[in-house]
Ligand binder design. Structure first.
Ligand SMILES: Cc1cc2nc3c(=O)[nH]c(=O)nc-3n(C[C@H](O)[C@H](O)[C@H](O)COP(=O)(O)O)c2cc1C
Length: 283
């Protein structure tokens, strides 16, 4: 069953629910089965997500913070912060530190999402509490998770307003220099950046297919993905790559290369040492 999906805020083409599902999986059966589920604008925004790396030269104001702060947060501790960077010189310096990614220069706004235990440390000290739990990996995990939930809310909110964006994991390539550039205190770390801007409509990019659901959905307990499931995804991704004029490579090969060796970490092998130097105990 096909239902009309409302026109998106950025005026991109109207597609049906079935189209959206097909684009995400490139699988007629799944598209058909799932397209009868009740549909709404939130699902539509989620399913139409694609990372945007080309922007119009049009300024924006960083006012989607309420959506970011509305994300769930561990025990309401809100162990995250975000730094909005709009100064072109600072963006340029950060772009150099983040693999010279052009879209950091082009985007009118760069958010740096911070796993922030510094605020809780200072609150603990002010109240004469030792803050021992902050020394444990557990605290680091919840700070990163909180930052990620806030970031994803930000991206969805931006998309709902006709904006687009892209996470910048490369902000961890030179963590100390990034921390210095953004004047971070101890026990605060940039988890990733996020470029935000109005998508350039002349640059066409499509929704990137994801793994078949049975590769990620495990019922009652973990089971390894069947090899033919992954092979099918390799085929679908190659079709997508051909359409987008991208280099043709199996996704399984690309994924294995991305985690192959220390070089694949693009500098991020120093993270543990950086964290220890910045006051994270990670016990
Ligand atoms: C934490 C994180 C870090 C990322 N870092 C980068 C990055 O540094 N540069 C980039 O161009 N894309 C980056 N991406 C975007 C991913 O490459 C992208 O989400 C993925 O290929 C899926 O494509 P889609 O978002 O268009 O569906 C990052 C995504 C995440 C979630």
């Amino acid at each position: 069953m096909n239902r009309e999906v409302p026109l998106q805020a950025d005026g991109r083409r109207v597609t049906t629910v079935r189209d959206r599902l097909w684009a995400r999986y490139r699988d007629d059966n799944i598209a058909e089965q799932l397209s009868s589920v009740p549909w709404n604008n939130v699902l539509d925004a989620m399913l139409s997500h694609r990372s945007i790396r080309s922007y119009l030269d049009k300024p924006i104001r960083p006012e989607i913070l309420a959506a970011a702060q509305s994300a769930p947060t561990t025990s309401n501790l809100q162990a995250w912060s975000v730094i909005a960077v709009q100064d072109p010189d600072r963006k340029a310096r950060l772009a150099v530190l983040a693999a010279n990614q052009r879209h950091i220069l082009d985007a009118p706004l760069l958010f740096a999402f911070v796993a922030d235990l510094a605020r809780l440390r200072s609150i603990s000290a002010d109240r004469d509490h030792p803050g021992i739990a902050l020394d444990y990996i557990e605290a680091f995990i919840f700070a990163i998770a909180d930052a990620a939930f806030a970031a994803q809310n930000t991206l969805l909110a931006a998309q709902s307003l006709g904006l687009g964006g892209c996470y910048i994991g490369a902000m961890r390539n030179h963590p100390a220099a990034v921390a210095d550039e953004l004047a971070l205190p101890d026990e605060a770390m940039v988890v990733f950046g996020m470029t935000i801007g109005y998508p350039d409509p002349s640059v066409d990019s499509d929704v990137k297919p994801r793994l078949p659901q049975n590769a990620v959905l495990h019922r009652e307990g973990y089971s390894s993905a069947a090899p033919d499931t992954l092979a099918e995804y390799d085929r679908r991704m190659q079709t997508f790559q051909a359409e987008q004029n991208m280099r043709l490579i199996d996704w399984t090969e690309q994924a294995a290369l991305r985690v192959r060796d220390e070089a694949a970490l693009t500098g991020r092998r120093v993270l543990k040492e950086f964290l220890m130097r910045r006051g994270f105990s990670l016990r």
